[in-house]
Design a binder for this molecule. Structure first.
Ligand code: AMP
Length: 156
């Protein structure tokens, strides 16, 4: 089997993200490995828990909140990278994008021609289904191999 060299790790920045990243590092072998670490800020989803149909933020509020979320995500991402202890044989490029997670993940995989996508089997939104909806979409539409790391919401 050829070793994976261009790996995309998708993280939702939940508590399981560290486990997903460690698993990705475990399956990498050899030299010239490049990791793309991606988090996608999905703005409407993030507002979900306090949704009030009578509350319509102005566009200015919206972009301000979005900027705030992106800033927060970048900070969490930096913390995650710090905890990953990346070996010197691996180069890492991280991005925080906004949009629909499955779309952005699949687009980046195509654009960077990665040979493996690593994600969690379940994320923040995961109920006890076989796979979370983002993981399911990645598995069905990825242009390459996919490693779905079993996370704690997986059904035993
Ligand atoms: P889900 O299918 O939403 O339960 O999440 C499963 C996995 O998809 C997570 O463990 C992440 O690897 C990935 N994922 C979900 N949401 C995002 C996101 N907003 N940004 C990047 N990756 C995500």
């Amino acid at each position: 089997m050829n070793a994976y060299k261009q790996i995309l790790i998708a993280v939702d920045l939940s508590d399981d993200s560290q486990k997903v990243c460690q698993k990705a590092l475990e399956v990498t072998q050899g030299e010239n490995i490049h990791i793309f670490l991606l988090h996608v800020v999905e703005f409407i989803y993030q507002m979900g828990t306090s949704y009030d149909p009578m509350f319509y933020p102005s566009l200015d509020d919206l972009s301000e909140n979005e900027e705030q979320l992106i800033k927060l995500s970048k900070e969490k991402m930096a913390q995650l990278i710090n905890e990953m202890n990346i070996p010197t044989s691996i180069t890492l490029e991280s991005s925080v994008l906004s949009g629909i997670p499955k779309t952005e993940i699949l687009n980046l995989a195509e654009e960077k021609k990665v040979d493996l996508i690593v994600c969690g089997s379940h994320g923040r939104s995961g109920f006890e289904l076989l796979l979370g909806s983002t993981a399911n979409a990645i598995l069905h539409h990825a242009p390459c191999d996919v490693l779905a790391v079993r996370t704690k919401k997986s059904k035993e």
